[in-house]
Design a binder for this molecule. Structure first.
Ligand SMILES: Cc1ncc(COP(=O)(O)O)c(C=O)c1O
Length: 340
């Protein structure tokens, strides 16, 4: 069975050197290990006081929402990364969604105005669709913040060196916080290391909340993350992984035609949506699984139209070629793939 569900790298694709780490006897500092924090700060051109280490982007999102405790509706993208809904439910935070289509920024502004919402999540590149931020949307996000919104910006799919305009704005603005992850950029999903970048006051309050719910982030994992980051300062490993995604997207295009994304984007996922199709998302995922390839059903991401998501990082190129071919065959049989 070829598994194209989760967005974590397969060990063959990640290409890490084996590493021995020593057990730690002490909790780590609430803001994270200095060496790791200051490397992330240096890479992004901000002061170390603007960075805290979290237990993955998931831990960063949890701690941010614990610190912020929105009482009005938290605005979530739709479709969404399922963790947003899990955390909001656990904390009893009411939510409303805005659609991520080609006018996501405008949709967010409209929904924020309608709901008088003060806290929103913005996630680009977007999971599950792989969509990138479009020109003009940065101005819209900054405008929303100027108008009093608190924006949590989930950049889990970006490299560690983020867009300087975004990090500088976050470092200077108490109501703008960036949440990052090493799961994707450094292929370290199992280490559970993420970080937040923002104004020092906001970052400290997130680190305090993180400590209050989880104590410190794993010290061993932070050491591994620091070493991996130092090893990859020249970007050799991350470039190899980008090339893997690009080639995987090209293979997917051969199997799926124009419904597959542009390989130039080197996406992590392929998101296939079939509005009006007779089969449900689960029907499509089950049909793929019966053929020997596991994919994620779109309803997991809150998508009501029939849809599936395929990971381009969880398998080798050989398996991606076979797996996307099998998905193409299934879609062809049910009349959802007419040209290649
Ligand atoms: C959009 C998004 N945010 C956050 C996360 C969580 O990342 P982490 O592994 O760093 O907790 C994921 C994981 O897939 C994701 O897709």
């Amino acid at each position: 069975m070829i598994d194209l569900t989760l967005g974590h790298y397969s060990p063959e694709v990640a290409g890490h050197a084996p590493r021995a780490v020593r057990p730690s006897t002490e909790y780590g500092p609430p803001l994270g290990l200095d060496a790791l924090r200051s490397t992330i700060a240096a890479v992004n051109g901000v002061d170390v006081s603007s960075v805290a280490i979290t237990a993955g982007a998931s831990g960063g999102l949890l701690a941010t929402l614990v610190a912020r405790r929105p009482t009005s509706h938290l605005l979530l993208p739709r479709p969404w990364f399922p963790g947003y809904v899990g955390i909001s439910r656990a904390l009893g935070i009411p939510t409303t969604t805005y659609d991520v289509d080609d006018r996501a920024g405008a949709n967010l502004i409209d929904v924020a105005a309608r709901n008088g919402a003060t806290t929103a999540l913005w996630n680009m590149p977007h999971n599950p669709s792989g969509r990138h931020e479009l020109p003009g949307e940065r101005d819209q996000i900054e405008q929303l913040i100027d108008n009093g919104a608190f924006i949590i910006e989930d950049l889990a799919y970006d490299p560690v060196a983020l867009d300087p305009r975004i990090v500088q704005h976050a470092a200077e603005t108490p109501t703008h916080l960036v949440v990052g992850s090493m799961s994707k950029s450094l292929a370290l999903a199992g280490e559970r290391i993420g970080y937040v970048i923002g104004h020092p006051e906001t970052v400290t309050s997130v680190a305090t909340s993180s400590w209050s719910v989880l104590m410190s982030v794993s010290v061993v994992a932070q050491q591994v993350a620091f070493q991996t980051l130092v090893d990859d300062q020249a970007g050799v490993h991350s470039e190899a992984r980008r090339l893997h995604r690009q080639e995987a997207a090209r293979l997917a295009q051969l199997a799926l035609g124009s419904i597959a994304p542009d390989p130039a984007d080197a996406p992590y996922f392929i998101w296939l949506k079939f509005p009006g199709a007779r089969l449900s998302s689960t029907d499509l995922a089950v049909a793929c699984s019966e053929r020997g390839v596991r994919v994620s059903a779109g309803d997991v991401f809150g998508e009501s139209a029939p849809s599936i998501r395929l990971s381009l990082v969880s398998a080798t190129l050989t398996d991606i070629k076979v797996g996307t071919g099998l998905v193409g065959a299934v879609l062809g049989e049910v009349g959802l793939l007419t040209e290649r």
